[in-house]
Design a protein around this ligand. Structure first.
Ligand SMILES: C[S@@+](CC[C@H](N)C(=O)[O-])C[C@H]1O[C@@H](n2cnc3c(N)ncnc32)[C@H](O)[C@@H]1O
Length: 243
């Protein structure tokens, strides 16, 4: 039997936000590969091998999936949200570099609903005009570059989505990000802390930049910062479509 690899996004958490295409790929798979908490979201069944691994081994995990597919297995590599947003799809293509045999395999990327879009929908429409997404983790880039990109995004008056805002290993860096924002944005700029969106633990908290604090974010939070035009209407937050 011919093997394949599908890189699939499981969405932000709710079963209803898993696309039918992703569900069909999982139903056809012989193997699921991914970071342990994401693999745990896949229902076990007879004939399905689950390969859970640690967070920081993305390239090794991608190579493992490609090796399995080359042996004729039907492999789904799972990410949360969308697999192309700070996730496994890029790692898979990186692992294929210099491997013409792996480049000839059947490989597909199936999109998922990324955290910022689920968070934006829960709050209203804060990303309704131009916006950008920045990963605040310094695992794969220097923190100076993170701060520079935040500064430039504020300078460009983009609404912003911050992934990986804060972790136990770097509890203080998000405070520096807020400080950079305060140099460019007015104190009443709207900031949304969206935690565990679409799960039973979901919390959506809307504050102004002058009252935003680093402890409002953790690794299950995506932070949305409005542009200068973003405003509240009733309990909703939206950005008008005109600049
Ligand atoms: C490594 S990134 C993966 C992003 C994922 N590929 C996506 O498209 O949503 C992990 C970060 O995504 C955000 N995130 C993922 N799921 C979330 C959820 N249900 N609610 C809020 N933020 C979430 C958090 O910022 C978390 O630190």
């Amino acid at each position: 039997m011919k093997g394949w690899v599908v890189v699939a996004g499981l969405g932000p958490g709710a079963d209803g936000l898993v696309t039918p295409d992703v569900a069909a790929a999982l139903a056809a798979a012989t193997d699921v590969v991914g970071y342990a908490p994401y693999v745990a979201r896949v229902l076990p069944r007879a004939g399905l091998a689950l390969h859970a691994s640690d967070n920081r081994v993305e390239l090794a995990r991608a190579a493992h999936a490609l090796r399995l597919a080359a042996r004729g297995r039907r492999v789904v590599v799972v990410s949360s949200g969308d697999p192309g947003v700070f996730a496994m799809a890029s790692a898979l293509f990186e692992a294929m570099e210099g491997r013409p045999d792996w480049q000839r395999l059947e490989v597909r990327v199936l999109p998922g609903i990324t955290a910022m879009l689920a968070a934006a929908a829960a709050a209203g429409a804060p990303l309704g005009h131009d916006f950008c997404a920045i990963n605040l983790s310094d695992n794969l880039k220097p923190f100076d570059l993170v701060l520079r990109r935040v500064w430039l995004a504020a300078e460009g008056d983009f609404a912003m989505a911050f992934y990986n805002p804060r972790s136990r290993a770097r509890p203080d860096q998000f405070r520096q990000v807020l400080e950079v924002l305060r140099t460019r944005c007015e104190p009443d700029r709207l900031v949304i802390f969206a935690r565990a969106v679409s799960t039973p633990d979901q919390e959506i908290r809307v504050v102004t930049l002058d009252t935003a604090r680093e402890e409002m974010a953790d690794m299950r939070t995506v932070v949305l910062v409005g542009s200068s035009r973003t405003r509240a209407v009733g309990r909703f937050v939206y950005t008008p479509r005109s600049a």
